[in-house]
Design a protein around this ligand. Structure first.
Ligand code: MN
Length: 221
């Protein structure tokens, strides 16, 4: 094996497990789930959480090895195979995190509003073992979500940097799905609605909602 590959693999491994997740959070202050490694049963979960923290981003999470492997995708996923979306690998999250929608208190790690933007199941296409498939640093995967479907590619381009790309199939499109489908798949809420319901920063959350809502509100005044 080439030394470069070894280095890359060991760096990836250092973010796996839930110790980093636990270290970054005070579970007396945040409503996020405490770390717990659980063996999932049945098909592998995936979730995309829209997160208005310091900046708006989409957290792409894949169940593998009893936790959620996680990437922060600043621009969100694209259905257009020509768009390569940067996905920065972050620490593993507990499986229960897949259902977290609400606010993380300001001042805490990731403070802001979190939405379950998409969810469903995933499967690696070339290696049935998801941990091994991800360790290769380049994989094709099938997503079966409510918004994201079909064949995708996830490729590591060095250290924490990965690219998330749609592959050409019947689900590929030039539609900007982050704009056309901005709401929670669980509750149909926008970020501002979630912040309002949970007593969060509504104005900050609203900056992650589509501009059309602002235009409508302005027209009503
Ligand atoms: Mn995040």
């Amino acid at each position: 094996m080439a030394p470069a590959t070894k280095t890359r693999r060991s760096r990836l491994t250092s973010r796996q497990g839930l110790d980093v997740y636990e270290r970054k959070r005070d579970f007396k202050k945040t409503p996020e789930p405490a770390p717990r490694r659980v063996k999932g049963t049945g098909p592998l979960k995936f979730v995309v959480q829209k997160h208005r923290a310091t900046a708006l981003h989409y957290d792409f999470r894949l169940e593998a090895g009893g936790t959620l492997r996680s990437w922060a995708v600043p621009k969100g996923p694209s259905l257009d195979p020509k768009q390569k979306r940067l996905a920065m690998e972050v620490e593993d999250h507990p499986l229960e995190y897949a259902s977290f929608e609400g606010i993380i208190p300001e001042g805490e790690y990731g403070g802001g509003t979190v939405m379950v933007w998409d969810e469903g199941h995933w499967a690696p296409m070339e290696d049935a073992d998801p941990v091994r498939a991800l360790a290769k640093g380049e994989l094709r995967l099938l997503l079966d979500g409510k918004k994201l479907k079909g064949s995708w590619t996830l490729v590591n381009t060095g250290d924490r940097r990965w690219l998330l790309m749609k592959r050409k199939d019947e689900y590929a499109s030039t539609e900007d799905i982050t704009v056309t489908q901005p709401r929670s798949v669980r509750t149909k809420r926008l970020l501002a609605d979630i912040a309002r319901d949970a007593g969060g920063d509504v104005a900050k959350a609203a900056t992650g909602d589509p501009k059309i809502k602002k235009a409508r509100a302005a027209a009503k005044r």
